[in-house]
Design a protein. Structure first.
Length: 255
């Protein structure tokens, strides 16, 4: 078995980076980290303007590794609750899938979303008990999704199955009193990080899809919401496939 195959089977000798190690390595490689508030300044701008701003940041990085370090090392640095947020997030990612449906852990998912500002800035989560019960009721649909991974969005046969299951889930699940597109995406990421990314309105939608966040479909338009989610995940799956070796070797903890 060669090195790549060892990495693919989780037997890579080189351990992945912690956030602090990411920041240290970024500095050693000459990566200029984002300043506090820089991300906030990009909110509510159109896609073309955001792309130009992002291109300016990434143009100085001649390797995908430096781009990754820029993102990892600067992630949520402007959030006052970043330490608590990161702690909850890392805990969730290390809990086995089936165990996440226990009352203790579904409550932890709800609390993490609160820390991720999904109960502020116009967003409104369902009450904790309603949120937890909705996850429990829709577990069978999620069980059918949990064996897929990000690259399956590029498989025309598999993506049809994924899309059908997502439509069922988006129609039935009740996680937010406001538009729940982002809430569903982040929740699914906690349960199935190998398949779903924590989509947000400002960055991932605008940068990795053909849509713009102000046009985000309503909850009643759940089929359109799924189309948006598929578009984002196919774009990211393409990037992941291209740089899979590096991502698995050095940053497997995150990917």
């Amino acid at each position: 078995m060669n090195e790549f195959e060892l990495i693919q089977h989780g037997q890579c000798k080189e351990e992945s980076l912690t956030p602090m190690e990411a920041r240290t390595l970024a500095k050693n490689k000459g990566v200029e980290l984002p300043q506090n508030g820089k991300c906030a300044q990009r909110r509510n701008v159109d896609k073309d303007e955001w792309n130009r701003s992002a291109s300016d940041d990434f143009a100085k990085f001649n390797t995908i590794e430096k781009c990754i370090l820029f993102c990892l090392a600067g992630y949520r640095t402007e959030e006052k609750s970043s330490d608590k947020t990161a702690k909850l997030y890392y805990e969730l990612l290390h809990i086995p899938y089936q165990d996440l449906f226990s009352p203790t852990n579904t409550e932890k998912v709800w609390k993490t979303l609160v820390q991720w500002n999904m109960n502020a800035r116009g967003a409104k989560l369902q009450e904790k008990e309603v949120f937890m019960e909705s996850l429990k009721r829709n577990k069978s649909i999620m069980d059918n999704l949990c064996d897929y991974e990000l690259l399956d969005f590029l498989d025309n046969t598999k993506v049809k199955t994924i899309k059908g299951l997502m439509k069922q889930l988006y129609r039935k699940i009740k996680l937010s009193k406001s538009n729940q597109f982002v809430t569903i995406a982040k929740t699914l990421h906690f349960f199935m990080p190998q398949l779903f990314i924590p989509v947000d309105r400002t960055y991932t939608i605008n940068y990795f899809s053909n849509y713009k966040s102000p046009d985000l479909p309503s909850n009643k338009e759940y089929q359109k919401q799924v189309e948006w989610a598929i578009s984002v995940h196919r774009s990211l799956a393409t990037i992941y496939k291209k740089h899979q070796y590096l991502l698995c070797k050095r940053y497997s903890w995150y990917f």
